[in-house]
Design a protein around this ligand. Structure first.
Ligand code: ADP
Ligand code: MG
Length: 247
């Protein structure tokens, strides 16, 4: 076994659904502080790959190492505690709670939402909530009820809720869907800030957005990697144009 500095090493990862290989012997390495974007046609296996990394779906074969530790058998909730954060496409914020409270209840203390509210936030939690709120551009919205936020602000709040747990790997599936142009620009800036302290994997279709944020791009097709590299290289690849960008 070799030790590496990768945040994430995925090797020969396979998952079959009734004999259909949605992920097929896939190998992928993500550096610490890297912002990787995964693109590819619908059904390529992008979401399934994130499901396997976060533990929502059990792999059929292969290896997933997080900071050199094999996690393929580790339960989903334990992967969260190890530092793997995953944002799903539908936001799961508490609409009736304020921005402050949403962030506060996401502090990793093991307490339930109701338990956490019965306590006064300690100085440590308060400081963290304020820092994260500033990071996600909601520093002046701490007392606003989450249900009153714009669609984009709700998405940022959910990213903030994940940041409260200080993940070392953060995964986002189509984070700018439904956002305005201005919200997309702000999200690009947000992602560039948060990958300074962690590895980030983003699945996205919007090529202008991908160009703005990606360090490297991985193109998936039929459960495998079709191409990988800097955006301009991937964009000029005839295989990629053929199965994805040309359409
Ligand atoms: P993408 O996110 O790239 O659009 P998905 O990962 O959602 O692709 O899906 C990849 C393929 O795996 C699709 O053909 C999809 O129908 C199939 N798939 C995903 N999850 C399951 C599942 N739980 N059971 C059966 N088939 C699935
Ligand atoms: Mg998907």
């Amino acid at each position: 076994m070799s030790n590496t500095d990768f945040a994430l090493s995925v090797e020969d990862l396979t998952v079959s659904f009734d004999g259909f290989k949605a992920i097929d012997a896939l190998t992928l390495y993500i550096d610490k502080n890297e912002l990787r974007v995964i693109i590819g046609p619908n059904g390529a296996g992008k979401t399934t790959l994130l499901d396997l990394i976060c533990g929502k779906t059990k792999a059929s074969a292969g290896s997933i190492k997080f900071k050199n530790e094999e996690i393929i058998q580790v339960a989903e909730h334990k992967r969260v505690r190890l530092g793997i954060g995953r944002k799903f496409q539908t936001p799961s914020i508490y609409e009736n709670l304020s921005v402050f409270q949403n962030l506060e209840v996401s502090f990793p203390s093991g307490r339930s939402v109701w338990g956490a509210l019965a306590f006064t936030a300690t100085d440590e939690i308060q400081a963290r909530v304020k820092a994260v709120a500033a990071d996600i551009g909601l520093g002046d919205k701490l007392e606003t009820e989450a249900g009153l936020l714009s669609h984009g602000q709700k998405q940022w709040l959910e990213i903030g809720m994940l940041l409260m747990q200080e993940p070392e790997l953060l995964m986002l599936d189509e984070p700018i869907a439904g956002m305005s142009a201005r919200e997309r620009d702000l999200t690009a800036e947000l992602l560039q800030r948060i990958c300074q302290n962690r590895a980030v994997i983003v699945i996205e279709h919007d090529m202008d957005f991908v160009k703005k944020i990606a360090h490297k791009v991985t193109v998936m097709h039929q459960g495998k990697i079709l191409a990988e590299g800097p955006m301009d290289q991937v964009q000029a690849d005839p295989k990629v144009i053929d199965v994805y960008l040309g359409h």
